[in-house]
Design a protein around this ligand. Structure first.
Ligand SMILES: Cc1ncc(COP(=O)(O)O)c(C=O)c1O
Length: 369
């Protein structure tokens, strides 16, 4: 794997220090190429390629399923993770759920859709970076579905998702994972997880406007929360006006799909496979993450949280007084990080390198002196 060669394909990385992938990743060059070709096709050929495009879209579904170690029938593409969890909230209600369990530190995509659907939130009494799931689940009422992010966007804590899922299975409650801050950088085996969503604009480097949504087929009960002509088993039976839904996740792809985003994602998923999978990406990123922690400590700097190695992610937070001014001052020096609460959030992807980290740490250390 030659990461330097791949990094060199990203013009932004040649001139600046981009540590903002937790906000949005740089669009991958393969996604750019595929998008341009697709727009060119629409321009030159109109709708002549519809059937070919539908086949190509299903190939992306297979790649997305492989990424999650799940079945293609469990995968659909929706407009955002907020949309995915809004659908999930209604499916939980269909099954009789009236509450959900989560953390106060969660990103609102993982809480508001459920609250809006009338599910009562039951927040853990421990903080969002506890490891002891026996302790965490003391405040769980035994029946509530568990909703959490694989990596918390406001702390960087990486939850032991497989452990959480075995607790959830033991209790017979569904687990809903928002993998937006990890899918594409940290491997996730979602084979036994009933619900997963992940927006594609961050670690999957595929641009805005799409989320991969995994939903297990036994949750697709009537009445389905939303419906369209492409939800039908046979969408070409136009004039019967009788609801006959597919029992696959793609029932939620109601009408003509967001092919540009889907093909963009497909190009990145192929590239990821070529590079050795997400585990190869994570090996590289983990090394950079550990470098960041150890260099900061050598320089007498203190990241906000020092989580155990197994709970570290590609997000690291550094405290500052005036976070807005600090973010701007770094941007003026060509170093891009995100201001979040009282911290600068540094997000490390495979296209970063040790020079990026050194540049950030040198500038940060001047800032806080
Ligand atoms: C954990 C997490 N979930 C979801 C989102 C947003 O997802 P969407 O805009 O697709 O709803 C973000 C950030 O934008 C996030 O950090």
């Amino acid at each position: 794997m030659n990461w330097d060669t791949e990094r060199n394909r990203l013009p932004l990385c040649r001139t600046e220090t981009y540590l903002m992938s937790a906000a949005a990743g740089i669009l991958h060059p393969d996604a750019l190429e595929v998008s341009k070709n697709f727009l060119d096709q629409l321009h030159q050929q109109g709708d002549k390629c519809w059937e070919l495009n539908v086949v190509a879209m299903d190939e992306v579904r297979v790649l997305a399923a492989q990424l999650l170690n799940s079945k293609p029938e469990e995968i659909c593409f929706v407009s955002s993770s907020s949309m995915a969890f809004s659908l999930a909230a209604q499916l939980l209600k269909n099954k009789g759920h009236r509450k959900f369990f989560s953390f106060r530190e969660e990103f609102p995509t993982s809480t508001l859709p459920f609250i809006n659907a009338g599910l009562e939130p039951e927040f853990a009494t421990t903080d969002g970076f506890s490891h002891d799931w026996n302790q965490i689940l003391k405040s769980h009422d035994e029946k509530s579905p568990i909703v959490l992010s694989s990596v918390e966007s406001l702390t960087g804590f990486s939850h032991p998702i497989e452990v959480v899922n075995s607790f959830a299975s033991e209790k017979g409650v569904p687990l809903l994972v928002n993998a937006t801050q990890s899918l594409g950088v940290i491997p996730l085996d979602a084979s036994k997880i009933p619900f997963v969503c992940a927006s594609i604009h961050k670690w999957l480097m595929s641009g805005f406007g799409l989320s991969i949504f995994k939903v297990r087929q036994d949750y697709l009960d009537d009445p389905l929360p939303v419906y369209g002509w492409l939800s039908q088993k046979d969408p070409w039976k136009f004039f019967e006006h009788k609801v006959e839904p597919l029992r696959e996740a793609r029932v939620f792809e109601l009408g003509c799909p967001a092919l540009l985003q889907i093909f963009s994602l497909g190009a990145v998923l192929k590239w990821i496979q070529k590079m050795g999978g997400v585990s190869a990406i994570w090996s590289r990123v983990k090394e950079l993450v550990e470098y960041t922690y150890s260099r900061s400590i050598e320089l007498g700097l203190s990241p906000r949280h020092l989580f155990p190695t197994e709970n570290r992610s590609s997000l690291i937070f550094f405290p500052v007084n005036d976070v807005g001014a600090a973010e701007k001052s770094l941007a003026d020096q060509g170093i891009y990080v995100s201001a979040r609460s009282e911290n600068l959030r540094v997000a490390i992807h495979w296209y970063n390198n040790k020079d990026d980290i050194d540049r950030f740490l040198a500038a940060y250390s001047k800032l806080i002196k």
